[in-house]
Design a protein around this ligand. Sequence first.
Ligand code: FMN
Length: 203
Amino acid sequence: MDKFVAMVGTNAKTSTNRTLLQYMKRHFADQAELQLMEITDLPLFNKPENSPIPPQVVTMATAIDDADGVIIATPEYDHSAPAALMNALEWLSHRVHPFVDKPVMIVGASYGSLGSSRAQAHLRQILDSPELRARIMPSSEYLLGHSLQAFDDKGNLTDAKDAKKLDGLFKDFLTFVKFSGELNNATGLNKKEAKDFDWSTLE
Ligand SMILES: Cc1cc2nc3c(=O)[nH]c(=O)nc-3n(C[C@H](O)[C@H](O)[C@H](O)COP(=O)(O)O)c2cc1C
């Protein structure tokens, strides 16, 4: 069975994105093992060239390295992904590169009708950067709008259409992860390029 890291894209104590991932963990338990990953305890990224990488970053990088894929649930703040999520991704692209060629599914929930669509677009761009180089599932968006009303008191999605769409996309992700495993001819080189990448010598 595939093992996925499910990254909660916020440091807020209450979050409908966390509820969404908790729902996915329960709902898809017979198809994959989801391990929720929090980003709450990270310091602000400050480009530490010589000091040790914070241990929580090392733990997160190892968990992502070991996973078959990553699911990221992003809220939307000011038309973008939360600073806390960007902070986590900055740590995970500096001297550690666990996202290189890693299959990623993006989902998101927002209070309004657009379901974090702008945040997800930005997140795709970020994950495509040379030191992250994630393999993001194409042509797929899971936009959960009106997220404060989307779950019942047990944390299950109330709208059958929302649930069915997520079922379909998750099945697609399982297929995407399977095919992604075959796309490995350049992975060693991609990892080396990410590790050696230096913005200051970029022409
Ligand atoms: C500073 C701030 C900015 C926000 N900006 C947006 C926004 O641009 N778009 C949006 O849909 N919701 C915005 N919201 C409302 C919710 O935080 C947002 O819908 C979020 O995706 C909900 O996810 P969560 O329940 O996981 O926190 C904002 C909230 C705050 C506090």
